[in-house]
Design a protein around this ligand. Structure first.
Ligand SMILES: Cc1cc2nc3c(=O)[nH]c(=O)nc-3n(C[C@H](O)[C@H](O)[C@H](O)COP(=O)(O)O)c2cc1C
Length: 309
């Protein structure tokens, strides 16, 4: 008998979010999934989280938008995307024919925009859940990220929850003073699950031009550099909330993924690792399977949070 890797990420939601396995792709690093379907069998993944989506199409931030650092990348893409209407018209019908569930990552400038996005996506065939990116600046409140504080994070979650019956996971930012407080607040506001972490604010400077390397001055650091930081935050949040936690940050192989699972994550996301190895997510999945077989672990549940006991 092969090990049972299935996981339910929205146990309290009517529709639920049942995955064949815990390996997802992180938003912004796997396009709309379609781009990778030529490279490997993406239907084997647990879920695909698409690019961050806004109400209107966006061009994104000034170039350069991506810089490599010693152990990670800094990006400032600025949510370049086709907008929710085109996503519903062009992408969702393709996803509707897929076995792998697709979750749409959403981003807004105001609480109302988040609510509108959730409303547009509600009931659309091919869309199985919403991931709410609360790392975006709250335009009406001077530009601090919604996710930096519990009150505004809860307001966004409430608006999304009220607008859709789809499973809702809220993606936490490490650039918050009290991420555990934010996690508790979004769960109280109706989140079915929380995912963490988004990228960490970072910077690089070109000493020849004496200017910031990134067009937008700072960006989000991701990759191996942030893994220990992400792992510690997942451990803390998993100890504080009763909903499923999805771990993300520097996961490049099965060992990394298993650490997050043992810290308390029910599922994980593979992000920047896909850039150096387009099959990284599938390699992670196969590595988890091999580990479970070798260790005689029959169900994933046996090791979720194992390091906490
Ligand atoms: C180029 C790039 C674009 C990203 N775009 C988004 C996005 O649109 N929405 C979002 O919630 N996270 C976005 N992220 C953050 C990732 O989903 C992930 O949380 C972060 O990169 C940490 O994981 P990693 O270290 O495995 O890459 C992006 C990351 C990168 C590198």
């Amino acid at each position: 008998m092969p090990p049972d890797l299935t996981v339910q990420l929205a146990p309290k939601n009517k529709k639920g979010l049942f995955l064949d396995n815990p390996v997802m792709t992180a938003s912004g690093t796997f396009g709309y999934g379609t781009e990778y379907s030529q490279l490997f069998d993406i239907q084997r993944l647990g879920a695909i989280i698409c690019k961050g989506t806004t109400l209107k199409p966006r061009e994104g931030n000034p170039q350069p938008r991506l810089v490599e650092t010693a152990s990670g990348v800094i990006n400032s893409i600025g949510l370049q995307n086709i907008g929710v209407k085109a996503l519903i018209k062009e992408k969702a019908p393709v996803w509707a024919g897929w076995r792998v569930p697709v979750i749409v990552n959403i981003a807004g400038d105001t609480v109302e925009e988040y609510g509108k996005l959730a409303q547009e996506l509600d009931g659309v065939e091919g869309i199985r859940g919403i991931e709410v990116n609360i790392s975006c600046p709250n335009v009406k409140a001077g530009g601090a990220a919604f996710g930096a504080d519990a009150k505004s994070a809860a307001a966004v979650t409430k608006a999304v929850r009220a607008a859709t019956s789809l499973p809702v996971m809220v993606k936490l930012t490490p650039n918050a003073g009290d991420i555990v407080g934010v996690a508790r607040a979004v769960v109280d506001a109706g989140a079915d699950a929380v995912s963490l972490i988004n990228s960490v604010k970072g910077m690089a400077i070109d000493i020849k031009t004496r200017r910031p390397t990134i067009g937008n001055v700072t960006g989000g650091l991701s990759g191996p550099a942030i893994k220990p930081l992400a792992l510690a935050l997942v451990y803390e949040v998993a100890g504080a909330v009763k909903v499923p936690v999805i771990g993300c940050g520097g996961i490049a192989n099965a060992q990394d993924a298993l650490e997050f699972i043992m810290a308390g994550a029910s599922a994980i996301q593979v992000g920047s690792a896909t850039y150096s190895n387009p099959r990284a997510s599938l390699d992670v999945l196969e590595g988890i399977e091999r580990f479970m077989e070798k260790e005689g672990i029959k169900k994933l549940g046996e090791i979720i949070g194992a390091a906490r006991k």
